[in-house]
Design a binder for this molecule. Structure first.
Ligand SMILES: [Zn+2]
Length: 102
């Protein structure tokens, strides 16, 4: 999968379109990523102390990687990712500025 943990992505479709966030986890088997602050679901949390009310918290759930585009750290644009192979190393490259991405 082209998008990895700690990449910054732009959401390009759905309710969160236009939002950016950091990839917290990637799920290559399912082609899904978990992005900070995106695709939030409300979840009830049990009270920590007896007699107190439970809270509703919002947690991000994984979304389809096709809904996101990586933001290139070099040119700061949402971009498609390509690969370049040099010797036995494989780099991800930004298709906009052609720089190698870590
Ligand atoms: Zn770039």
């Amino acid at each position: 999968m082209k998008i990895k943990k700690d990449d910054i992505v732009l959401i390009i479709s759905g309710k969160y379109r236009g939002k950016t966030g950091k990839v917290l986890r990637s799920f290559p088997k399912d082609d899904k990523i978990l992005v900070e602050g995106v695709n939030l679901r409300k979840k009830h949390q049990k009270p920590k102390k007896a007699g107190k009310k439970g809270e509703t918290i919002e947690i991000p759930v994984p979304l389809d990687v096709s809904n996101a585009q990586m933001i290139c750290p070099k040119c700061k644009k949402a971009t498609r990712i390509g690969y370049r192979i040099e010797g036995d190393k494989k780099y991800r490259i930004c298709k906009k500025c052609d720089k190698a991405l870590i």
